[in-house]
Write a protein that binds this ligand. Structure first.
Ligand SMILES: Nc1ncnc2c1ncn2[C@@H]1O[C@H](COP(=O)(O)OP(=O)(O)O)[C@@H](O)[C@H]1O
Ligand SMILES: [Mg+2]
Length: 250
């Protein structure tokens, strides 16, 4: 299988001298669903921001679908759709439909192509019935799904979510998780960070545990889970069975 993401000995030092990443290497195959977990400050967000060239490596390198993210950040951004932690700041359209159409409109795509993409993105995130709603009146979970739909309308090869379940209630978590699982089933590469594994682990192909800017363990979720507490991550109370009945999107 070809690699969607290749991170090779990536280190990042911020201007104030903080080393946020130290020699991180990770390869993510096309179509994989990877969960990156670690306590606050372990380097998860910094790592994600390298995937679409928002940060430049202090040393090492990052390639997405073969493209060097630091050298060609604009190409990297077309390949990697990023769901930022603060969903609200990513919403730009007055209505759900307008918000999702915003990205494809900026690409200057023809109208029928824009409409095709918006329809598909709304269907994949379960938002089709809310197309005419005002974006700012949506619930927290719906807003998170709206930002995901906006990302999907750009047709990225890789979808990355930074703490996509944070501060959502249970229905919100279910909705976002169902959308991510749907994307994964459709063959998309999905990478999410979390400091809480309860919700997502049962659906992941791989778990990566970070601490102090390093990858401490990575591998099959069941086996890697044994090291979770040493990395400051609470083990799931649900035995990794995850949230059932995520089939409402098909
Ligand atoms: N802009 C910044 N300037 C300096 N230090 C930063 C900056 N952003 C993050 N850090 C530091 O880098 C480390 C990793 O942070 P971050 O990647 O946000 O971790 P996580 O997402 O796992 O909570 C932490 O020590 C954090 O304080
Ligand atoms: Mg973070």
């Amino acid at each position: 299988m070809s690699a969607a993401i290749e991170i090779d000995r990536l280190s990042h030092r911020f201007a104030d001298g903080t080393w946020a990443l130290r020699e991180v290497s990770l390869t993510v195959a096309e179509g994989e669903f990877v969960v990156i977990a670690g306590e606050n400050g372990s380097g998860k967000t910094t790592l994600l921001r390298h995937l679409n060239g928002l940060l430049r490596p202090t040393s090492g390198r990052v390639r997405v679908c073969g493209v060097d993210a630091a050298r060609e950040p604009l190409r990297a951004r077309r390949l990697v759709g990023m769901l930022f932690q603060d969903a609200e700041s990513q919403i730009v359209g007055e209505t759900v439909w307008e918000d999702v159409a915003f990205g494809p409109e900026n690409l200057g795509l023809p109208r029928p192509e824009i409409e095709r993409r918006v329809h598909a993105a709304l269907a994949q995130t379960g938002l089709a019935p809310l197309a005419d709603r005002r974006s700012h009146l949506l619930s927290g979970g719906e807003k998170r799904r709206l930002t995901l739909a906006g990302v999907l309308a750009m047709e990225p090869r890789v979808v990355v979510g930074d703490e996509p379940f944070a501060s959502l209630d249970y229905p919100g978590v279910r909705g976002v998780l169902a959308a991510l699982v749907t994307l994964h089933r459709q063959g998309r590469t999905v990478i999410v960070t979390t400091h809480d594994l309860d919700k997502v682990l049962a659906h992941a192909d791989r778990l990566v545990l970070m601490k102090n800017g390093r990858i401490l363990r990575e591998g099959n979720p069941g086996e890697t889970l044994a090291s979770a507490e040493a990395c400051g991550v609470r083990r799931p109370a649900t035995d990794g069975r995850g949230i059932g009945g995520l089939t409402w999107l098909s």
